[in-house]
Write a protein that binds this ligand. Structure first.
Ligand SMILES: Nc1nc2c(c(=O)[nH]1)N[C@H]1C(S)=C(S)[C@@H](COP(=O)(O)O)O[C@H]1N2
Ligand SMILES: [Mo]
Length: 160
């Protein structure tokens, strides 16, 4: 990866993308989402709508799943493309500066209105921190979300 590339969009797409922070900030104003604390109290940052990235990458007609990858801690989430397409936000800056690690940065994925952990495909667990790759696939991809309450508690124990 080039040093300033923070996020790739690849797999079943017409045009794979390698995006730097500058690239993300160049998406049109109407696709930029300022201050996510307006709908996620307690979370910080501003981002760009997932759909704006996908509109440029152009998913193949048979791309049914979108997988969010975080290489940093080997965490992965795979959700139906149709469900997440207009709900996802790629959070990439706070007042023009990259998100810190404690915010899940440099890039963090957020779903506008997530369900409680492991109650739905679009749940809180799918708010992937340290996001570095968005992969489109025909079939469901890798998903390392905790499957039940015990696994979920164990994951959060390890983080705090
Ligand atoms: N990279 C990465 N992203 C992750 C996780 C993780 O372990 N690694 N945990 C997920 C889970 S299970 C939850 S509930 C939320 C918690 O986000 P918060 O710490 O901002 O509340 O982050 C999600 N994103
Ligand atoms: Mo979670």
């Amino acid at each position: 990866m080039e040093p300033n590339v923070l996020l790739r969009v690849d797999g079943a797409v017409e045009k794979p993308l390698s995006l730097s922070m500058d690239d993300l900030s160049r998406f049109p104003g109407e696709s930029q989402v300022s201050d996510v604390s307006r709908f996620h109290p307690g979370r910080k940052g501003s981002g760009v709508e997932l759909e704006a990235l996908l509109a440029v990458a152009v998913p193949d007609a048979n791309a049914n799943y979108l997988t969010l990858h975080a290489g940093r801690d080997d965490f992965h989430v795979s959700i139906p493309l149709a469900a997440v397409r207009f709900e996802g936000i790629v959070v990439y800056h706070i007042d023009g500066k990259p998100l810190g690690n404690e915010q899940g940065g440099p890039i963090r994925f957020l779903i506008r209105d997530p369900a409680a952990c492991h109650t739905d495909e679009l749940d809180d667990c799918a708010n992937v921190k340290y996001l570095d790759r968005i992969e489109l696939t025909v079939r469901k991809g890798r998903d390392t979300r905790p499957a039940d309450e015990a696994a979920h508690s164990a994951l959060h124990e390890g983080q705090s």
